[in-house]
Ligand binder design. Structure first.
Ligand code: SF4
Ligand code: ZN
Length: 316
């Protein structure tokens, strides 16, 4: 198979990928250019941020967020990153993830903030899951949101960019549809504007599939963690991704249509009933809808009380 872009320029080169949903075959060089052009267009069209703004990319050490960090830096955006060390010991998951993020930061000379959950809370995500009674992903999301927002505020970043790709967004939308969770559906957008105390959140990779992010990493020799998070095992999002890959195979473009037609045709019609007003947490000052402590501070209190009970038992 030949690269179609090169062919249009009268050059013959071998394609490394065929994108059925765009009916496009591309060589290594043209794929890199196509990816970066499409990324810049998405940022511009959806008004995510301008070239002069200071962006904070949340990097997990996985292929998507590292591809995003690398590409934004290459395109000349003012970008730093933050990595949250989740304290997941199984398969050295957090250790390896952190190393991948640190290595890329050094390579592209971009500043990386590191936050260790264990240093702040005394425990990693698996333990916090048991202590809080929340699912691992729910407690992980809570803690990540808290620290990423804190770093964004302290560093005066205009917005937080995350590596959510089309497959992630399609799986989440499908899950929200299965339960007709209108509140969550309203909040599912490529750009979530700044709210009192919450930085603007953007998802510049919403037009790319996992496979496209992976290929971008491969052609730029970006080293990322290959392992899935051990706590993701059995989560329904993995099942939905598999299902949509099958749909995409028989009907290319389904994922893009499902997500973007929702954004243009349905989301604007949904009633935004959210009347919850944001207040400042009396303990940490971060925004919360609660009249009392924010969810993060409540989690901290819970950890403290369990630790105190343990110590007391040892003394008895
Ligand atoms: Fe956190 Fe769940 Fe993602 Fe693992 S799979 S990093 S626990 S949100
Ligand atoms: Zn708080």
């Amino acid at each position: 198979m030949k690269c179609r872009r090169c062919k249009d320029k009268g050059i013959s080169s071998k394609a490394i990928i065929f994108l059925p949903h765009h009916n496009l075959s591309l060589c290594k060089n043209c794929f890199g250019e196509w990816y970066e052009y499409r990324l810049r267009q998405t940022i511009k069209k959806t008004r995510m941020f301008t070239p002069g703004e200071k962006i904070l990319v949340a990097v997990s050490g996985g292929k998507d967020s590292l591809a995003l960090w690398y590409a934004l830096k290459k395109l000349g955006y003012k970008v730093d990153a933050v990595h949250i060390d989740l304290g997941i010991k199984e398969k050295d998951y957090s250790l390896i993830s952190r190393e991948k993020a640190e290595n890329l930061g050094k390579r592209i000379k971009s500043h990386l903030h590191i936050v260790s959950i264990k240093e702040h809370l005394g425990e990693g995500i698996p333990e916090l899951h048991w202590l809080s009674g929340r699912s691992p992903c729910s407690v992980c999301g809570l803690v990540k949101r808290y620290f990423i927002n804190l770093i964004a505020k302290k560093g005066s970043y205009s917005c937080v960019a995350t590596g959510h790709n089309l497959d992630d967004e399609v799986a989440t939308l499908f899950s929200n549809l299965l339960s007709w969770d209108v509140d969550l559906m309203i909040r599912q957008a490529p750009v979530l504007p700044e709210k009192k105390g919450f930085a603007r959140r953007v998802k510049p990779l919403v037009r790319f599939t996992e496979k496209e992010d992976l290929l971008y990493c491969l052609i730029h020799e970006i080293d990322y963690i290959r392992e899935e998070c051990p706590l993701a095992r059995g989560t329904s999002s993995l099942l939905y991704k598999r299902l949509f890959n099958e749909v995409e195979q028989t009907s290319p473009g389904s994922k893009l249509r499902f997500y973007f037609n929702f954004q243009t045709n349905l989301r604007p019609l949904l009633p935004n009933k959210s009347t919850a007003r944001l207040k400042s947490c009396p303990s940490c000052g971060q925004p919360t809808t609660s009249d009392n402590l924010c969810a993060f501070c409540r989690l901290k209190e819970r950890v403290r009380s369990v630790e105190a009970q343990k110590k007391q038992k040892q003394l008895d």
